[in-house]
Design a protein around this ligand. Structure first.
Ligand SMILES: Cc1ncc(COP(=O)(O)O)c(C=O)c1O
Length: 376
């Protein structure tokens, strides 16, 4: 048997990691500005994180959710306190897509409605429900194609209002910042209008913070720049620093019903230990403050490079850089000639999602080499 081919692969295999670097068998160190699709939040092979996982797996690795698990309770408390949502409750699962599935399901049960409003350019995952609210017909199978989902342009509050007035909607789902469509920000005013309109029509507002959350933008969640409080917030990626875990933060307006949500492995002891260690390190190393400082500086420098760069968008360490050269070729060059890992969105945007411990010096080096790679 061999792995089912789903991704085009670069000819590099990391075997070790250290902070913002991944290292191959030959000892070549690559500056990681993509964090494995944005999942590596605190950095590679952080000793505190390694010890926490080692300790937990030696002590007790897994039992399903039929027995008490105080690690889950402690983790929920800490997440509530650090994220500014201490009164919300937490459902734990294993990935971002699964988190969105559960948020959509909760909204539908809660309102009794089936329809979901999503936005053009959105990406919410590859499972059936999360792909159905993703604006990419190429990845939606006939099984997931549904009339329950309607897409409108991000920013078009009149279109949102017109749809919600039909009284058929369970939820509006929006990313804190759209990632795959090229780092597109919804706008703080639009987020506030969306909150107002969803409240008025008693439709649940789901903010997908799977890519934009967990401190990446310089606040715990990207939507917190607008001051709104969604009904449901989905998390994943940076939550486990690569350990598979996802979750839904649920407003106190929801009443739990036994059997409504479930997962065999979601929130197990080992996953909670990994996720708790991530929060401890974010707090200890002031990584949210670092994301704000280093990311803001980088965006400022990039914005001044108008001759080389067509546009820069983003907040903190979620940055989209539009260039006038082929992005797949540029990424390959940065990796193979300059040992820098980057992400991409479409054919013209470089997407930067580094571990939150990246330094100003590392980002400045990247910017210098990016200019050299574009110019060469
Ligand atoms: C905004 C957003 N939502 C959901 C997902 C899906 O998460 P996962 O790949 O963990 O299922 C992703 C992954 O890229 C994402 O960027």
């Amino acid at each position: 048997m061999k792995p089912f081919e789903v991704y085009p692969l670069y000819p590099i295999e990391p075997v070790r990691g250290r902070g913002c670097y991944v290292i191959d068998e030959q000892g070549n160190a690559y500056l990681d500005l993509y964090g494995g699709n944005g999942a590596v939040s605190i950095g590679h092979c952080i000793p505190y994180y390694i010890e926490a996982i080692q300790h937990q797996v030696a002590q007790f690795g897994f039992y399903s959710n039929i027995l008490e698990n105080s690690l889950q309770t402690r983790f929920a408390q800490k997440l509530g306190q650090m994220s500014g949502y201490p009164t919300y409750s937490l459902f734990l699962c294993n990935s971002g897509s699964e988190a969105n599935e559960n948020a959509l399901k909760l909204a539908s049960h809660h309102t009794g409605n089936a329809k979901v409003l999503a936005f053009k350019g959105s990406f919410h995952g590859h499972t059936s429900g999360s792909v159905a609210v993703t604006d990419n017909p190429y990845i939606i199978s006939p099984f997931s194609r549904t009339d329950h989902v309607h897409f409108v342009r991000m920013g078009d509050i009149e279109a949102v209002e017109k749809e919600l007035a039909k009284g058929e909607y369970a939820a509006v789902i929006i990313e804190g910042i759209q990632g795959l469509s090229g780092v597109r920000m919804p706008g703080d005013d639009f987020m506030r209008q969306l909150r107002k309109v969803t409240k008025a029509h008693e439709v649940m507002l789901i903010v997908d913070e799977i890519q934009s959350g967990y401190g990446r933008t310089g606040k715990f969640f990207a939507h917190q720049f607008s001051g709104i409080r969604p009904d449901l917030i989905t998390v994943g990626k940076g939550m486990g620093n690569g350990f598979p875990i996802g979750g839904v933060l649920i407003s106190p307006d929801f009443t739990p019903v036994r059997g409504m949500l479930a997962s065999t492995t979601g929130g197990n002891q080992l996953a909670c230990a990994a996720a708790m260690a991530v929060l401890d390190v974010i707090e200890r190393d002031k990584l949210i403050e670092n994301a704000d400082k280093v990311g803001t500086q980088a965006i400022e420098i990039l914005s001044q490079m108008t001759g080389i760069i067509a546009d820069v968008r983003g907040r903190g360490l979620m940055i989209g850089i539009d260039v006038n050269v082929s992005v797949p070729e540029l990424r390959r060059k940065l990796l193979l000639d300059y040992c820098i890992l980057t992400g991409g969105s479409g054919s013209s945007t470089i997407r930067i999602l580094p571990p939150l411990c990246v330094t100003s010096q590392q980002m400045e080096r990247f910017i210098r080499l990016l200019a050299a790679a574009i110019g060469s």
